[in-house]
Design a protein around this ligand. Sequence first.
Ligand code: BG6
Length: 307
Amino acid sequence: MVERSNKPGPLNPTSSTLADTATFETHSDRVKLSLPTGETAEILLHGATVISWKAGGEEKLWLSEKAVLDGSKAVRGGIPLVFPVFGKTTSGPTSALPQHGFARVSKWEVLGKSSASATSICVDFGLGSENVIVDFRKQWPFDFGLIYSVTLTPMSLETKLLVRNEGNQAFDFQTLFHTYLRVADVGNVKVLGLKGVTYRDKTQGGAEIKEEPEAVEVKGEIDRMYVQAPGEVQVEESGKTVYTVTRTEDVKDVVVWNPWENASKNMGDFGPETGYRNMICVEAGTVSEWNTLEPQTVWEGGVTVSL
Ligand SMILES: O=P(O)(O)OC[C@H]1O[C@@H](O)[C@H](O)[C@@H](O)[C@@H]1O
């Protein structure tokens, strides 16, 4: 058979695939991502906080039913983004900033969709020194630009941050993806992959302890920073791996947090009262030391939660 070199292609080749492509919708306060296979994610412009990730018909992130979503405070749940400081410092350039910095309480700009196909969509958000409120600018007077990218696929959610020093003096920063994972009952959860890693235990005044057991279990309040943990951590529930958390090389540390009954009662935006049983924070970040960013250089890091 003779091959026709100029064989015509299908008529209007994109029309059949268009309906099968991931979509994103912008609303006044949020962006919604959807895949043709049904998975969705929702990101508030306030803090660029991912407040929902649904796959297999189920919500994968825990969001407090008392979370304040109107931009007046940080969101309790989802994935608040910590920058430029983790926790609170008492000295240095970040000492005037609120706990966990200003990124989670600033209004981000939607930069748009950087890729979309039938099986993936990525949307970028931006925050620069010119967009933060005057108080934060005075408290942390550096010129920076952040690009935050959220990628949804059928089996994963990836969050990636690019930090650019746009000024002429170096600055130090910390950053962390404060991910509240939803679980059926935290009493049946094991976090694997941290054996042998030294952690700083905030519930014991920052004591440094080496993790000896194979699995971390949550039987009460837990607030640990695992310093320079291996690149993959699994969250198992009732013997089944429910989440695998992988990080890029420069995202060195993992925080495991659950406030349990007493501490959650003291948070005005935590609900329901028993909500601590349905969540575990496995937070990937670079927070055990400062990252120095020289003028006109960038830092990039990301975390992927896979099902
Ligand atoms: O109440 P916030 O500011 O959202 O912080 C919640 C928790 O965030 C965790 O990352 C910290 O390790 C905890 O110490 C802290 O309590």
